[in-house]
Structures are given as C-alpha cells and as structure tokens.
Design a binder for this molecule. Structure first.
Ligand SMILES: [Mn+2]
Length: 241
C-alpha cells in the first residue's frame, strides 16, 4: 500500500513549468501509488467548476488517468480553491473530503487538513473564512458571471496580499493550542497539513503519547510529496530531471 500526500501546488496558467512539474509527478510517481491525497491549494485560484481553462483541463486529465487505472484520488479544499465542486471531482474520478479527515496512515491514527483553519491567531482571516465557506456566500458568488467572479477573486487576493505584509510569523503560522485541541478531539497521533508552506516534521506530545505534525511543502522549482508506504513515512523533494 503506497499513499501520496501533496498540497499547495498553486497551479496557474502563467507558470507553465509548475504544471510541467505536476505532470512529471503524475507520470513518474503517482502512477506507482495506490492512493493520492491533495490537501488543498492545488490551484492558485478556482472560481467555480464552470470557469475552466486549458491548463485546468490538462490537470483534470492527468488525475482522470490516475483514477482510470485504479488509483484512489482524494481532495481537500484549500483557501484558494475551496470552490472545487462536484463537477471537478466527477471529471477527475476523485472524491472531495471534508476536513478534518480521519484515516490510518502507516498504521497510525491520523487526520488530514488544509491547515488554514489552524491559524486561529489570525482572527480577521478566520472570520473571512467563515464567511466564504458558508453555503449562502457560495451560492451568491457562483450565481454571478465568470467576469464578475474573476474581479471579486482579484480584489480578495489584493487585499489579503496587502494584509500579508503587516503580518508577523506567529499570526500566519498554525496555533499550537489549536493543533493540540483538534488532535485530542479526534484522538490521533498524526496530523498532516499544508497551507503554511513550511515543510517540516514536528514531534509532539498528545495525551502523554508521542505524536507528530507533518507540514507538506509548497511547490515551486522543486515539488514536495509525503510518501507513506507500509510503516514508513518520508518527505521527498524533487525537480524536473
Ligand atoms: Mn493555503
């Protein structure tokens, strides 16, 4: 049993080498895996399954090839692509999971999350998140034209980038007490998330037992994947050869 976990690819049309790295990953690595989990921010932006583009179509194709040959495919929403919907899932042959998603990884009880909801010190972001994750906001947003949605998405991105400049590290990283709370609540010794782009493995103690938080890396010149095979878990970074 081989499971792969990736997140924060932030694919977008203006960065073709990123898509190349993704396609290389799907051909060379995903093709040998039983299960592939994408933990959010696969795309830099996603304003609805009806507003697609040629790059997204090629990405969907690569996923559907993976599913068609028997690979199991799962997605979590990220803060950039939380509007990935049922049409996208159907086209890829994958399933969109609700977070936190509890499962077993390398014999351990684990949860998967994107990670943005763990950044509880950033009150402004959490309230924005609650707003855009509501059914009502999403229905209103998706009812608008693609052009209107593109404009709103641009405005949101500009204001969050402007805010990012003033934010200190503590605020934009996950909150230790929230990590502790959720791992205790779900009774797990492993948490895997992305979002912060700070690839690392942190040993923890939860309920007096040794535990671990693994942060998946973002993609750029190098790709990042967490590989779980039998009892072994390791992070692998790779480049286009
Ligand atoms: Mn994110």
């Amino acid at each position: 049993m081989k499971q792969l976990f990736i997140s924060d690819l932030h694919l977008w049309e203006q960065q073709p080498e990123l898509e190349q790295l993704f396609q290389h990953f799907m051909q060379e690595q995903a093709s040998e895996a039983d299960e592939l989990y994408v933990l959010g921010d696969l795309f830099e932006a996603w304003i609805g399954d009806d507003a697609t583009n040629p790059m997204a179509e090629r990405v969907i194709n690569a996923f559907s090839q993976f599913s068609n040959r028997g690979g199991k495919l799962f997605f979590l929403h990220g803060n950039r692509d939380f509007l990935l919907g049922s049409d996208f899932a159907k086209a890829t042959g994958g399933i969109i999971l609700q977070e936190p998603h509890k499962m077993r990884i390398a014999g351990k009880k684990a949860i998967l999350m994107h990670g943005d909801s763990l950044c509880t010190a950033d009150k402004e972001y959490i309230s924005f998140r609650n707003q855009v994750r509501s059914e009502q906001w999403q229905q209103q947003f998706l009812a608008q034209s693609v052009e209107q949605r593109q404009k709103i998405a641009r405005d949101i991105r500009d204001s969050s980038q402007a805010r990012g400049k003033d934010m200190n590290e503590e605020i934009s990283d996950v909150a230790a007490d929230e990590v502790n709370r959720i791992m205790t609540e779900y009774d797990v010794c492993l948490l895997i998330h992305g979002h912060t782009h700070r690839q690392a493995r942190y040993p923890l103690t939860i309920n007096n037992l040794s535990a671990e938080r693994i942060v998946l890396g973002d993609w750029g010149a190098t790709g990042s994947v967490l590989i779980a095979e039998d009892d072994n878990i390791h992070i692998h970074n790779f480049k286009l050869s």
